[in-house]
Design a protein around this ligand. Structure first.
Ligand code: COS
Length: 383
């Protein structure tokens, strides 16, 4: 086991941290307040190679690996959680195309995602009636002349209207012979394709500068070349992409919690009650100690899963689920304690912890709820 960072990993962390201090932290509260998509900031991330951290250099990626990606995500989320989720989904889309796309798809899409020509990518798996159970989705792709015709609706799509390309899952089995999760296939749908309509922006509790929309497909024709991977193999593509995605969300949760803990420590040193900074009181010290301990444990779980991914020695499904479950649940508690340390000031928008608490909540839900992570972990022990 090696806890030292490589030169490349250190460089990625350093450039992400500098960017966050200079470009993200100063504007994060404003982006949240105005619900403004971080267009300029994303271009800055692309210039640093952070829109394709674990993608090949020949396709414009940083080729720095999954550990470097997790560390970069922690830094970016420490500055602005909304920008971080936009970056996370774009990296995930680049990686899924790299892993499952053919050469033409890789060369067509990945350089545009990594360079920032495409502001973002999107991942179209969930539906109004299929969240935790993607095998029950209803969107269909029926073979037509020279391609497929998509019909259906996708829900909770991060970057939905901003994405140059969206990975869309649809049923390619027939109504007469439904095949459950073996009846799904995967398509690359470019922005502006006729029949693809973006719905109303969700008015979310947190991550308000990120975009979440439904997408509707009405007789939406995509050419044969849009099919990614084999017919019927889409479920496994989604699961494998989510294994990596969950490391990203664990890292996002850690970044948000780090910012909350930093804010709590600064406030505790400054705020005086009973003639002392509240940091002198053991009740506050214990909260800080518990938060720091949980944060370090979350980082270890997350970097272990990322290291397994980097080694490429097989599935890291359970480790990614452990990281996502532990980091998101711990981050929620850390943000709550940070708010508690701020007292009444934590409950108003003048201090950042209120935003951190709102932002972190969804990490226990998206890319697989905590309950789904527990299923994945338990199954891996019981099988
Ligand atoms: N990597 C590779 N293959 C995987 C896999 C993974 N991570 N997870 C499952 N598979 C394979 C299984 O090995 C199985 O293959 P075989 O049929 O060849 O044996 C197949 O996929 C079906 O797996 P399983 O029976 O476990 O599927 P379930 O329908 O029971 O679903 C869970 C399993 C619940 C884990 C899955 O549906 C899930 O992760 N749901 C949450 C989805 C999610 O995160 N949604 C949020 C969307 S993004 S906001």
């Amino acid at each position: 086991m090696n806890f030292e960072l490589t030169e490349t990993q250190s460089l990625i962390v350093k450039s992400a941290r500098e960017f966050v201090e200079r470009e993200l932290k100063p504007v994060a509260a404003e982006l949240d307040r105005e619900g403004r998509f971080p267009t300029e900031q994303l271009k800055g991330l692309a210039d640093l190679g952070l829109m394709g951290v674990n993608l090949p250099a020949e396709l414009g990626g940083a080729e720095a690996g999954a550990v470097a990606y997790a560390l970069a995500m922690m830094e970016v989320a420490r500055g602005c959680a909304s920008t971080a989720v936009t970056m996370a989904v774009t990296n995930m889309v680049g990686e899924v195309i790299n892993a499952f796309g053919n050469d033409e798809q890789r060369e067509n899409y990945i350089p545009r995602l990594t360079s920032g020509e495409f502001l973002a990518g999107a991942f179209g798996l969930s539906e109004p009636g299929a969240g935790s159970d993607p095998g029950g989705m209803a969107t269909t792709a029926v073979r037509g002349d020279g391609g497929f015709i998509l019909n259906g609706q996708k829900q909770w799509i991060t970057n939905g209207s901003k994405a140059g390309v969206t990975v869309v899952w649809a049923r390619t089995d027939t109504p007469e012979r439904r095949l459950g999760n073996k009846g799904l296939s995967c398509f690359l749908v470019v922005a502006g394709t006729p029949g693809l309509e973006v719905g109303k922006h969700e008015d979310k509790m947190g991550l308000r500068a990120s975009e979440t929309v439904p997408l509707t497909f009405t007789d939406c024709f995509v050419p044969e070349s849009a099919l990614m991977g084999d017919i019927g193999a889409g479920f496994k593509v989604a699961m494998m992409a989510l294994d990596g995605g969950r490391i990203g969300i664990a890292s996002q949760a850690i970044g948000i919690a780090t910012a909350a803990l930093e804010a709590a420590i600064a406030y505790a040193k400054e705020r005086k009650q009973f003639g002392h900074p509240i940091a002198d009181f053991q009740a506050i010290q214990w909260m800080i100690a518990d938060s720091k301990t949980e944060l370090e444990a979350a980082k270890l779980c997350t970097l272990r899963a990322a290291q397994m991914k980097d080694k490429g020695a097989g599935r890291f499904t359970r480790e990614a689920a452990i990281a996502k479950l532990f980091a998101s649940e711990a981050a929620w508690k850390i943000c709550d304690r940070a708010l508690q340390i701020h007292g009444g000031y934590g409950y108003v928008k003048d201090f950042p912890v209120e935003r951190h608490l709102r932002d972190v909540r969804v990490t226990r839900i998206y890319e697989g709820t905590s309950e789904i992570q527990r299923i994945v972990i338990a199954r891996s022990r019981l099988e």
